[in-house]
Write a protein that binds this ligand. Structure first.
Ligand code: SF4
Ligand code: SF4
Length: 173
């Protein structure tokens, strides 16, 4: 009998502890967003480590700093990268298979010219795995010419998703 009463008291105490935690989070500010009606705020996006991209050239933003040295290709544990040298040091083709990337940063750290960086692209969505093979030279030119924060250009010719009816808490990318 005494044991049953004690068990009930412990159960009630456990329930109250759980409910107090639930109540605390219920009253605290919301940390999530209602995508796609809302988008992530710029200051939060800045700390997001998204798929890698080529950094813009110092003189010409559309020119890559890559010298086709292949160090990133050798450093990548996921074998995600393919850099084809052109007639000059500059690459003729720069492909990145994001489906194998673990975002370890080895390529970014290894690059001797600072040609790689993490993007802040949080909205990259594809319907097929092939679309995750990204042409980073095309992406660089698109970012330099059109939008400073455009989505990577999929090698398959499908446009990235649009965000309908945005009621933003930050500006859409
Ligand atoms: S972040 Fe890591 S896994 Fe991804 S491409 Fe770079 S080296 Fe490869
Ligand atoms: S390490 Fe840098 S310079 Fe070398 S191939 Fe990779 S991106 Fe280009």
């Amino acid at each position: 009998m005494l044991q049953a009463i004690w068990d009930n008291i412990k159960g009630l105490y456990s329930l109250l502890v759980g409910m107090s935690i639930t109540g605390r989070y219920l009253l605290s500010p919301v940390e999530t967003i209602h995508y796609p009606r809302q988008v992530v705020a710029d200051e939060i996006m800045a700390s997001f480590r998204g798929p890698i991209q080529l950094t813009k050239g110092k003189k010409d933003p559309a020119q890559t700093r890559c010298i086709s040295c292949q160090m990133c290709v050798k450093a990548c544990p996921g074998h995600c990268l393919s850099v084809t040298k052109g007639d000059t040091k500059a690459p003729a083709q720069w492909l990145y298979d994001f489906s194998y990337c673990c975002l370890c940063g080895a390529c970014v750290e290894t690059c001797p010219t600072g040609a790689l960086e993490f993007s802040h692209k949080v909205y990259l969505v594809t319907l097929t795995r092939e679309e995750l093979i990204l042409d980073l030279l095309a992406d660089l030119q698109k970012r330099a010419a059109i939008l400073p924060e455009s989505q990577p250009v999929p090698t398959a010719n499908l446009a990235p998703p649009t965000v309908p009816d945005v009621e933003s808490i930050g500006e859409p990318k």
